[in-house]
Write a protein that binds this ligand. Structure first.
Ligand SMILES: *Cc1c(COP(=O)(O)O)cnc(C)c1O
Length: 425
């Protein structure tokens, strides 16, 4: 197939998913539920008093990011693509400054709740919904209780940051298994918070495998499985509900005459997959979701195009998986997510690394917003969408809304931000 040849040659591609299944104005294709978004949102609300106590900077204890219209940035596209452009600033999510603050924090909070309820240290009645104030989970006796338990995760960086920071805040013993390409400042920051960081010379997959092995041998250890976790997926999916609320606040309607186009950078797939699931739940066929991947690590595109899902890795077609977009340096997609996206995703595209830095600098110049290179992969989508002439989706018009999911950046140290920017210029 021509597309596979291009992937093999690390050329950019745009692929439309012919397996897309209609889901009407809202809901999941065939009504197939993977996670319960309302249940996940309710759990985050129960934890809000705890979050507010431990992280006073988090307003009302709700971890959410702004949806920002980027008119100045959009001016460059006025002639080529119609509609309003927005940036979903998960780059500025509190606590860990990336989209991983959604899934990662949710999974660790759920673990803490499960353990505390099981031991009779926390009252929550799932039937009635009644519960005591979760702020007590930050008391010293609770921290002592949690310190008996361990959390482990394998990560290219940002998931490690999110799991490490929240686990340490709860009192868990936490180990982050990191691949060699993870940035030094992320390792340093985690160690400064009492997190154990183990480094691997191999890639991300090896770090995850080792983390999983170590955790399996220890019954008191919970392994956060970036490749298969339904809890991570549920945490990410809440973004759809929150987005619906933000649109409402801004007086924006999404319907057949006001279509939504969403561009999501994809690594293993958990974050963009969970977000896409959430978006389908609220906007159905009126939303078109696209994944963006580096030309050197197009694992989800490869898995979906071939239909082999996680049974093929980029190494199998001779690609090295090396990219400056470190959050996207993944060779094999999540099976859970690849399967879920077969019916929900509108398409995938790949981006050459050389384009990420100019986007980074252009966004900074136009909007004074900094996001990391990985988070810039989605911008390229606008070109593909505006040039597309098939019938998988209508061409954007004046009423269209575009959202670039800015997946990370706020915790990048100042000197690295400047270096990225200079490079883009
Ligand atoms: C993790 C990450 C992604 C992609 O999320 P996956 O769940 O790995 O697909 C995108 N951008 C940034 C900055 C990330 O940290």
């Amino acid at each position: 197939m021509n597309l596979i040849k291009k992937l093999t040659d690390c050329e950019e591609i745009f692929w439309i998913n012919t397996g897309y299944v209609s889901c009407g104005d809202a809901g999941q294709p065939d009504g197939e539920k993977i996670v319960d978004i309302d249940e996940a949102e309710a759990r985050l609300l129960r934890f809000a008093p705890f979050i507010e106590r431990v992280f006073p900077e988090v307003k009302n204890g709700i971890i959410e990011s702004p949806l920002t219209e980027i008119e100045n940035f959009g001016r460059a596209y006025k002639d080529s693509c119609k509609g309003r452009l927005f940036l979903k600033q998960d780059s500025h999510l509190p606590i860990s400054g990336s989209v991983k603050a959604r899934g990662g924090i949710y999974e660790v909070l759920k673990l803490a709740e499960t353990l505390a309820v099981r031991e009779g240290l926390l009252n929550w009645n799932p039937e009635t919904g009644e519960h005591e104030n979760y702020a007590k989970l930050a008391d010293s006796d609770m921290r002592e209780f949690f310190s008996k338990y361990k959390v482990a995760v394998g990560s290219t960086g940002n998931l490690g940051l999110s799991i490490g920071i929240i686990s340490a805040a709860i009192g868990f013993q936490v180990t982050v298994h990191m691949s060699a390409d993870a940035r030094q400042w992320k390792k340093d920051m985690l160690r400064s918070k009492g997190v154990t960081v183990v480094e691997y010379p191999d890639d991300y997959e090896a770090a995850v495998a080792q983390g999983r092995r170590e955790a399996e041998a220890d019954p008191l250890c919970h392994f956060v499985d970036d490749e298969n976790s339904l809890d991570l997926f549920a945490g990410y999916s809440v973004a759809g509900k929150r987005l619906a609320h933000q649109f409402e606040e801004k007086g924006i309607t999404i319907d057949m005459d006001h279509r939504l186009y969403v561009y999501l950078p994809c690594g293993v797939g958990g974050a963009p997959g969970g977000v896409t699931y959430g978006i389908k739940e609220y906007f159905g066929d009126n939303a078109y979701c696209f994944f963006a991947e580096p030309t050197h690590a197009p694992c989800m595109a490869l898995g979906l195009i071939t239909g082999k899902l996680n049974e093929i890795a980029v190494g199998d077609i001779g690609i090295d998986g090396k990219t400056e977009a470190d959050g996207l340096a993944v060779g094999r997609p999540s099976r859970l997510v690849a399967k879920a996206m077969q019916s929900r995703l509108t398409g995938c595209f790949t981006v050459d690394d050389s384009k990420l830095y100019p986007y980074l600098a252009a966004l900074k110049d136009a909007e004074d917003i900094f996001i990391e290179p990985s988070a810039c992969a989605g911008f390229e989508g606008l070109h593909y969408i505006s040039e597309y002439e098939g019938d998988a989706f209508p061409a954007p018009d004046e009423n269209s809304i575009h959202i670039f999911w800015a997946t990370g950046g706020n915790m990048v140290p100042e000197d690295e931000k400047v270096a990225y920017y200079e490079r883009g210029k």
